[in-house]
Design a protein around this ligand. Structure first.
Ligand code: HEM
Length: 508
């Protein structure tokens, strides 16, 4: 009854805010009269209240796999700012790009993200120091200064194009071996996973991990399975604090712990072998590569190296392979998009050569295709921050320490920022074709500021090299024309693996 009442009371407000959010052609969500009004306290931020709030917590737990849709509906209901409890944490959600800009620009020297309690818990209980993803404060800053150098400098990353191209060649050879007689690929998601692990392995360890060979190494397979298991078990427990999950969901927690155990064991074995190799060669700087650069920096302890490399591996694999899977889905579905990529590759890259980082500079359409995919399917779907100082956002005073979330799915589908937001139109990113300028804070699939994704350049390079070569070698065709259904398993990903055919292009 009370739940019903709350819904009725909200309806008038809902109607006004839904108008602002859905039609959204107004230039700003905060009207002049709002701005003249005194800022309201945080308690007045819209959102489910009273019993509706409790019920909403349970519902959001039940709907976790569709949380991207859930949050989108919430914004349609309550407007560009709302407050909701996920059970473990009270979050303020934003979907107005100006407000998002204000939030992300207030990041001080040590921006803080809301961390996953279950992951921190595992590290604390096993005495593993936090790496870049999980660390905060001066410890995070020290790690980030060291890791930024080899990861974000364009020249350093581009030098890996040769290794990444080797992996692409292995991937294409494997596609020839595994494809069925009708040219369909049996398990594209898993194949791309293998490509992604192999690529990041080449970058971090300069070593073949064997993910694209016919007989995968057992340890590498165990590592891959465990990365999946960590995401899956976390999604199941995310609505309970870790201490409660350990008691109430013992089996899931056990799976979670075992998966982390395998990840750290396998990663430590590989890292240990590489570190021994570096030490054997001596400290003369002749050993190159990411790990060698960490060792030569001499500012990271061995424990820091182990935890950071493991976290880099964890952050790199699913994100890059999912995004590539969704890009291939769109390319298969849109032959004109595929045709334009092919035309660009053929124009820029000489026949029978692999693209280099230099070629990629001129491949604006390919980059727009990946950008458009990340707008529609942001695989790391939420940018989270803990407010570093009190701020007035969209007319509400929000105290320091409050957790805010920007869900990128509703942001990327908001008609206020994108015309025909549900249409895949890479051209919208090509400014020299007269398209309108898009708000920089309406596209944030890699986050923003000092805490933005450290692997962005690596991921982009890997994806550009793979997709350009796949399009050149094969007609990429869909197996069916069913729409792709999405789920949130912490990451946003397709419910069913994307099915494509790779048909050899006939050389003219
Ligand atoms: C398409 C691929 C990828 C996407 C969409 C993605 C997305 C993101 C996002 C949204 C964040 C949070 C940023 C923020 O809070 O402002 C992040 C952080 C991070 N990503 Fe990525 N990522 C991708 C690939 C990679 C790769 C390949 C690596 C490693 C080589 C990586 C390593 C990291 C790390 C270490 C962080 C934490 C950075 C910090 O807190 O200082 N990511 N990523």
């Amino acid at each position: 009854m009370a739940l019903k009442f709350a819904t009725v009371v909200l309806t008038a407000r809902q109607a006004r805010l839904a108008l602002v959010f859905c039609r959204g052609k107004a230039t700003t969500v905060t009207s002049q009269s709002d701005m003249n009004e005194e800022a309201k306290p945080m308690s007045q931020i819209p959102g489910p209240k009273g019993l509706a709030r409790i019920s909403s917590t349970f519902q959001s737990a039940r709907n976790a796999a569709a949380s991207h849709k859930w949050i989108q509906r919430r914004h349609e209901e309550f407007g560009p700012i709302f407050r909701e409890s996920t059970g473990v944490i009270d979050l303020v959600f934003l979907s107005d790009a100006d407000a998002v800009e204000q939030l992300l620009r207030q990041d001080g020297k040590y921006p803080e993200r809301v961390q996953i309690d279950h992951w921190l818990d595992y590290r604390k209980r096993h005495g593993i120091p936090t790496g870049l993803v999980m660390a905060d404060g001066p410890h995070w800053h020290r790690l980030r200064r060291v890791i930024d150098k080899p990861m974000l400098k364009i020249r350093a990353v581009n030098s890996y194009a040769v290794e990444f191209n080797d992996v692409v060649a292995e991937f294409i050879a494997r596609m020839h071996r595994v494809r069925r007689s009708d040219n369909s690929i049996p398990d594209l998601a898993e194949e791309l996973f293998g490509w992604s692990v192999e690529s990041i392995g080449r970058l971090l360890f300069e070593k073949k991990l064997g993910c694209l060979s016919d007989q995968r190494d057992q340890e590498t397979q165990a590592f891959i399975d465990s990365v999946h298991a960590v995401f899956e078990s976390t999604r199941e427990m995310i609505f309970l604090p870790s201490w409660a999950a350990r008691i109430v969901m013992r089996n899931v927690w056990k799976r979670h712990e075992e998966a982390w155990g395998t990840i750290f064991r396998v990663a430590n074995d590989i890292i240990g072998a590489k570190l021994r190799q570096i030490q054997e060669k001596g400290d003369d700087g002749s050993e190159v590569g990411f790990l060698a650069s960490f060792v030569q920096e001499n500012t990271l302890s061995i424990e820091d190296i182990y935890s950071n490399v493991s976290e880099l591996l964890g952050a790199a694999i699913d994100t890059t392979s999912n995004t590539t899977q969704m890009t291939l889905h769109e390319i298969a579905k849109n032959p004109q998009v595929q045709g334009r990529i092919l035309e660009e590759v053929n124009r820029v890259v000489p026949p029978d050569q692999q693209p280099t980082a230099e070629h990629l500079k001129d491949m604006h359409y390919l980059k727009a295709v990946i950008k458009e995919t990340l707008r529609m399917y942001p695989t790391a779907p939420v940018v989270l921050r803990i407010l570093q100082q009190e701020a007035t956002i969209l007319g509400y005073t929000i105290p320091k320490g409050v957790s805010l979330a920007v869900h990128l799915y509703p942001l990327g589908r908001n008609p206020k920022y994108y015309d025909d937001p549900d249409e895949f139109r890479p051209e919208r990113w090509l400014r020299d074709e007269g398209n309108k300028k898009i708000h920089a804070f309406a596209w944030l699939p890699f986050g923003f500021g000092p805490r933005m994704c450290v692997g962005r350049r690596v991921a982009e390079l890997e994806m550009q090299l793979l997709i350009s070569q796949l399009v050149r070698k094969f007609h990429i065709e869909p197996v069916s024309h069913k729409p792709m259904r999405m789920k949130t398993n912490l990451l946003l990903m397709p419910v069913d693996p994307v099915e494509i055919r790779l048909v050899d292009r006939v050389k003219t």
